[in-house]
Design a binder for this molecule. Structure first.
Ligand SMILES: Cc1ncc(COP(=O)(O)O)c(C=O)c1O
Length: 391
């Protein structure tokens, strides 16, 4: 009889399963309460009410006002809207935008596109842990600067940036401050007012809600242009028929996060630290990428000398463990991660990295199993490594 292989999911940073409690709340909105929020009849009004109640819940989790939340289809869309929408609405004030060197491709590529349109982009360096220096932000801001966009927590190495301090500088200098909080929203506490944030992107599918729905917090009074024009939904900032089931699901995921965040993050930090300690103790020539403590409760990212990340991921998959070399969007490109290069890894080192991201259903047994198979995999791969023959 074939041995049944365990299925262990350690790629929660790529996407999360939808919490069954979320699915339950969404179901009526597919076939019973299916109305279009723009319709005047009862079906429409029922959908509209669900939309507005959901908006309140999502806003509440970040300390925002309901009317400051715009629902979108993805963080890619939210981040495009921020960069392009702020750029075009404020181009008469200036054409300079500051980002970090460890942003997600949807910021990186939007910024590149804006450069072609005549905007100037400054990309701030990070230190070996992946932190920007708020002082660098202060120095980089000039008269023409209209926006600073810094990722809250890195999708690859989990580093949590000094957002509050950076926001304070932007506030003093009267420059809009955006943060991509997709990896942190629902996992650690966020308050847009206390943290001096003007725009914030968050997404449902990274926090046990459905895919196809995300949001953008836009502080009241912010000058921003839409990138989608049409029926005028979402205060004219994001025309499109509203994805009511998705938004209802996103809100339910937020409710659960609010209730369970503290306990869940404490549990995950314990498992995360056990995994980090175990890997570094059991495997020679291994290193942790990112900061040992100032990182997301669910993120680990390692570098192993003489082996390629892709080979580790394939071997782990054969033994039932789903992992990643970095961001899901970049893993198909087979290019070394720009984030790992930014923290100072050489290209060949950046290829030897492995991200194991934990989540709501990760158990200690799964961590123990991973700690058992991973050292064997590294040993096996090092034996056949063209860089080094023997462990
Ligand atoms: C930090 C960060 N920003 C943006 C995105 C893009 O999200 P999506 O592909 O859902 O639009 C991701 C997805 O992995 C992410 O981790």
């Amino acid at each position: 009889m074939r041995r049944r292989i365990k299925k262990i999911y350690l790629d929660y940073a790529a996407t999360t399963p939808v919490d069954p409690r979320v699915v339950k709340v969404m179901l009526p909105y597919f076939s019973e309460k299916f109305g279009n929020t723009m319709s005047l009849h009862g079906f429409g009004q029922e959908a509209k009410q669900a939309l507005e109640e959901s908006r309140k819940v999502v806003a509440d989790l970040m300390g925002a006002k309901s009317r400051e939340i715009i629902f979108t289809s993805s963080t890619t869309e939210s981040n495009n809207l921020v960069l392009k929408g702020i750029a075009f609405a404020n181009k008469n004030e200036g054409r300079h935008i500051i980002i970090s060197s460890i942003e997600h491709p949807c910021i990186v590529e939007s910024a590149k596109w804006l450069e072609v349109q005549g905007f100037e982009i400054t990309r701030l360096p990070v230190n070996k842990y992946g932190f920007i220096n708020p002082d660098d932000v202060r120095k980089a801001i000039k008269k023409e600067t209209i926006l600073v966009s810094i990722i809250h927590a890195s999708n690859e190495i989990g580093t949590i940036q000094p957002i509050k301090e950076t926001g304070k500088i932007c506030k003093e200098k009267r420059v809009y401050f955006h943060t991509d909080a997709v990896q942190s929203f629902g996992k650690i506490s966020i308050d847009v007012n206390k943290m001096n944030i003007d725009l914030l992107s968050a997404s449902s599918h990274k926090m046990y809600g459905p895919k196809g729905v995300a949001c953008l917090f836009v502080r009241e009074g912010t000058k921003i242009e839409p990138i989608l024009h049409g029926g005028g939904q979402e205060s004219g900032l994001r025309s499109s028929t509203i994805n009511v089931p998705g938004i209802v699901g996103f809100a339910e995921a937020c409710k659960i996060s609010k209730k369970e965040m503290k306990k869940e993050s404490q549990r995950l930090i314990k498992l995360r630290d056990k995994l980090i300690k175990g890997v570094l103790e059991k495997i020679k020539d291994a290193r942790l990428n990112g900061h040992p403590k100032k990182r997301l409760p669910n993120n680990t990212n390692f570098w192993f000398e003489f082996v390629e990340g892709e080979s580790i991921v394939i071997q782990l998959d054969l033994l039932g463990v789903a992992a990643s070399t970095g961001s899901a969007c970049s893993s198909a490109k087979l290019k070394p991660s720009h984030i790992l290069l930014a923290i100072g890894l050489r290209p060949e080192e950046a290829h030897g990295s492995l991200r194991l991201s934990l989540g709501r259903w990760t158990t200690e047994k799964e961590i123990n199993y991973t700690l058992k198979v991973l050292p064997e995999i590294i040993k096996k791969l090092r034996k056949i490594s063209p860089f080094k023959k023997n462990d």
